[in-house]
Design a protein around this ligand. Structure first.
Ligand SMILES: [Zn+2]
Length: 324
């Protein structure tokens, strides 16, 4: 898989341009408060600034996070009604949906079902932030597990209902036991965790809904991932106001532990790190990478990508956990 297949350059660049304007509109005057590392509680060290957002890195566990952090209401206003959010939900999604279905959602549905084959008790999936329901459709195609979508956006919830899914139109934090049926559940959330204003609050709400045999599977960005480490503030994944928390395979364990979760499997099955570094080589000063891309073959690059993925060094992280 190549980066441009799921993020066509011109559409993605336009999205980033709109986002840069929105960060001014919605966040320039927002009150901000300092916060410790969201994984271990240590004080972060200033790392860099981007689009008016300051990022800090934890010297202890290497989590990268926005600090100081604008208040929650600024994010709620931004996500409810901003030009870049509308562009993402309409133009970006429409134009990339077929490619994303093939390249992202089909493999993701398969990998989730592979994991669930090790958890035969699980009878249903709860997709938190189900968006357009593409993942749910792919699960329905290959499995008999019931799928419920939790999606707070009215317009996206309608899209999912039209596809025949049960939708609970709420934020996870507002979800109640009565909204869900009692079958053994696997909660999933994809590319959501890095957006959370308060990850511990999210996990606390989720834990309150889970029974002992339920599991939670999520994907998020890892601060220890190769493309993020190499590109750092030039990484397009470091994109305020969206991405506020970059945990990593080590630090996510600390957070899960303090929130009453037991990590079962942590992996980084990413496929794009090397391609992303290649696509952004103009902003890389390290000589090694320039030499690497001059003298290596496609197979060599694939080998490196597989090495990174299998050694917890890709920026795409997947976590399977249960409540303790
Ligand atoms: Zn830390």
């Amino acid at each position: 898989m190549k980066e441009h297949e799921i993020r066509p350059q011109d559409i993605f660049d336009e999205y980033l341009r709109l986002t840069a304007i929105d960060t001014q509109t919605y966040f320039a005057d927002a009150p901000r408060t300092g916060q410790p590392c969201p994984a271990c509680g240590a004080d972060g060290e200033a790392a860099f600034e981007k689009n008016g957002f300051a990022y800090a890195q934890c010297p202890n566990c290497l989590t990268l996070f926005v600090n100081p952090r604008p208040v929650r209401s600024a994010f709620e206003n931004y996500y409810t009604d901003s030009p870049s959010t509308r562009y993402w939900a309409t133009t970006f999604y429409r134009q990339t949906e077929p490619a994303r279905r093939e390249k992202l959602w089909k493999p993701k549905a398969k990998s989730i079902m592979d994991i669930l084959s090790r958890f035969p008790n699980i009878e249903q999936l709860i997709d938190i932030g189900g968006g357009y329901g593409t993942f749910a459709e792919e699960i329905r195609r290959i499995s008999n597990h019931k799928v419920t979508i939790v999606e707070p956006s009215k317009c996206l919830a309608q899209v999912c209902r039209a596809k025949g899914f049960i939708v609970v139109e709420k934020f996870l934090e507002d979800l109640r036991e009565a909204d869900l049926d009692e079958k053994k559940r696997c909660f999933v959330s994809f590319e959501l965790f890095e957006h959370l204003h308060d990850p511990a609050l999210f996990l606390g709400s989720l834990r309150g809904l889970m029974s002992e045999q339920d599991i939670f599977i999520f994907t998020t960005l890892s601060s220890a991932g190769a493309d993020i480490q190499v590109l750092w503030e030039n990484s397009k994944s470091v994109s305020p106001p969206h991405h506020l928390n970059f945990f990593n395979p080590r630090s996510i364990k600390l957070l899960l532990d303090s929130c009453g979760f037991e990590p079962l499997e942590i992996s980084t099955p990413g496929k794009l790190d090397v391609d992303i570094v290649h696509n952004n080589i103009d902003s890389v000063s390290d000589r090694f990478w320039h030499t690497f891309f001059r003298i290596t073959t496609e197979t060599d690059r694939q080998d490196l990508q597989e090495y990174l993925a299998s050694h917890l060094l890709s920026s795409h992280m997947m976590v399977v956990c249960a409540r303790r």
